[in-house]
Design a protein around this ligand. Structure first.
Ligand code: HEM
Ligand SMILES: [Cu+2]
Length: 552
């Protein structure tokens, strides 16, 4: 199988990709500061100035890190992957800019409403908490902008395929398209809820809102959202990291199959976030939990292929003993080290996820700070450290600069700071959660209850971890600015691994989009149709808005 050609990135297109990254790193700084403040408040040592409400900063933190930082980074990174493998036409580039501006304007509208204290509804904006209508309208624009980006990506692959009849599509372009298909299908749920439920209700047209329906539509989107964050990290693990360590792709077919499985099993599982929710038949909860556990399959496939690449590469370099090859990995290269720490964090992160999805164990940890500990391991460590690892080579490529040994060293320090800060913060969140401490709650001594005195030491530990993390954020933003504007001029490689010369051909069926999208839709219909009808027919009267103490 011929290895595919890579295209040069023009100045014009690099500018677009960088625009997305600027927003991502600005978000990191603002969101990180809020995270630090949260830990300080929860430790009971600090009161927010100017009458700022705790839930306001918590909303900023969740929205700007989990929704804005991630979406901008992912769309920008994926655009660059498409530009490198399929190319981008002038017209597509223009539409790419439209997607950027729509997303940015949406973000600014939403941010303004949160800052004015008109939308302290947290990033899940659960009804009946009510925000200003512009909060929802801004969020819709962010989603619409990302759809525009998705359609540019679909078009890029389509044009490439027409020009390369009968050839297998570039692996990275295939992966980007899977992620964007999943994103479009999933975000339809939240779009329907926002357009038909939240916006009319917050404008005062509908007096009440169907709470259960809105939450179900939210989690229809909210679970695949976590895969939308994770899959770009997997793209880097499958295709970029092997090149960084001087190896080859383990198996093109296996990588594609695992992405297809993620597409199929990421959406029809939202009920695992609603296990304690009344109004959903337990049988359907059970079915969705079973579908949830299917995700173990592509996850283990991914772990297997990545470690196989590590081992094969190490052995080729001459290391023979059972684990000798492990030493040969380029530990001093931050482009490898940062994602590697992310992979390690995914081991406890994944185990925690299995615990969360298990019905009875979920009852123990539901709505405790354990859950927060879980996603700071998975998204804020695994995904974000991989994104940092990407930043170290992507920004120099886009700005024609060098990743100098000095910046590389700073990067290694940054990765360790992040790992240590998160270890302290996340471990104490996990333990405190098992002791019953709630998440999403400002400091309170709950009338001097004994239980609370047990929690406080863990909250102080979180403030220590949070402080270390914030130092990590300052360092990362410094490195980003350095790489974007001040590092010496030069050429860096865009690392994309190739297949082995004698690799087995990839089965054609893996590119049968109609088949995979068809199965995905069938699974969604199977898992959601009957419970949705149930929810709509048997719901209690809707809820009037709830504005105090959080909301607007
Ligand atoms: C300086 C680094 C960070 C610190 C100190 C920090 C701290 C915290 C704390 C203490 C909470 C829980 C507050 C509560 O439940 O009352 C929280 C929630 C959260 N964090 Fe972080 N965090 C950091 C970085 C991140 C990153 C990088 C992400 C994602 C990319 C992230 C995503 C979230 C989300 C989604 C929530 C949930 C918000 C909610 O429940 O509405 N955090 N963070
Ligand atoms: Cu989930």
């Amino acid at each position: 199988m011929a290895n595919q050609q890579l295209l040069p990135l023009s100045k014009k297109e690099s500018k677009l990709y960088m625009a997305f990254l600027y927003v991502a790193f600005a978000s990191l700084l603002i969101g990180g500061l809020m995270g630090l403040l949260q830990t300080l408040v929860r430790a009971g040592k600090f009161t927010l100035p100017f009458g700022i409400n705790y839930y306001q900063i918590l909303t900023v933190h969740g929205v700007i890190l989990a929704l804005v930082l991630t979406t901008f980074f992912i769309v920008g990174f994926q655009f660059s992957l498409m530009g490198k493998t399929t190319g981008i036409s002038d017209k597509q580039l223009k539409v790419g800019w439209v997607s950027f501006w729509v997303m940015l304007i949406g973000t600014l509208i939403t941010a303004t409403m949160i800052l004015l204290g008109e939308a302290s509804v947290l990033y899940t904006f659960y009804a009946p908490l009510r925000a200003h209508p512009l909060f929802y309208i801004g969020l819709s624009l962010v989603i619409i902008g990302s759809w525009i980006a998705a359609f540019v990506n679909f078009r890029q692959l389509y044009v490439w395929k027409k020009a390369h009849k009968g050839q297998k599509s570039p692996l990275l372009a295939f992966m980007v398209n899977i992620n964007m298909i999943m994103w479009v299908i999933a975000s339809l749920g939240v779009a329907i809820s926002v357009v038909f439920q939240f916006i009319p209700w917050s404008l005062g047209y509908g007096a009440t809102i169907n709470v259960l329906l809105s939450r179900t539509l939210f989690w229809y989107f909210g679970h695949p959202l976590v895969y939308f964050w994770l899959l770009p990290a997997y793209m880097a693990w499958y295709v970029i990291v092997p090149k960084v360590i001087g190896g080859k792709i383990f198996s093109d077919g296996l990588a594609r199959l695992s992405f297809i499985l993620f597409l199929m099993f990421s959406i029809p599982v939202g009920f695992h976030h609603q296990l304690t929710e009344p109004g959903i038949n337990p049988t359907w909860k059970f079915i969705q939990v079973v579908l949830t556990f299917m995700v173990v399959v592509p996850t283990l496939m991914t772990a297997f292929s990545i470690f196989a690449t590590f081992e094969i590469t190490g052995r080729r370099k001459g290391y023979k003993s059972l684990f000798g090859w492990f030493k040969k990995l380029p530990w001093k290269d931050v482009r490898f080290l940062a994602p590697f720490i992310g992979m390690v964090a995914f081991i406890p992160g994944g185990i925690g996820g299995i615990i969360n999805a298990s019905h009875q164990l979920n009852a123990l940890v539901h709505n405790t700070i354990w859950v927060t500990g879980h996603f700071h391991l998975t998204i804020a460590t695994t995904v974000i450290l991989t994104f940092f690892g990407i930043t170290y080579w992507l920004v120099p490529v886009l700005t024609n600069r060098k990743l100098t040994p000095k910046i590389n060293r700073l990067g290694i320090i940054q990765s360790f700071i992040w790992a240590v800060g998160m270890l302290i913060m996340s471990a104490s969140m996990h333990i405190e959660g098992l002791l019953g401490a709630p998440r999403r709650s400002a400091f309170s001594n709950y009338g001097g209850a004994d239980q609370v005195s047990v929690w406080i030491n863990y909250q102080i530990a979180q403030a220590v971890g949070g402080t270390i993390l914030f130092i990590g954020i300052l360092l990362m933003v410094y490195i980003f600015i350095k790489l974007a504007f001040f590092a010496p001029r030069g050429e860096e490689e865009y690392p994309i691994a190739e297949e082995e010369e004698d690799a087995m051909p990839t089965p054609k069926v893996l590119e049968n989009w109609k088949l995979w999208i068809g199965i995905t839709i069938a699974l969604i219909l199977f898992a959601y149709t009957i419970p949705m009808i149930d929810i709509i027919q048997h719901s209690p009267p809707g809820s009037v808005p709830f504005d105090f103490p959080i909301g607007r």
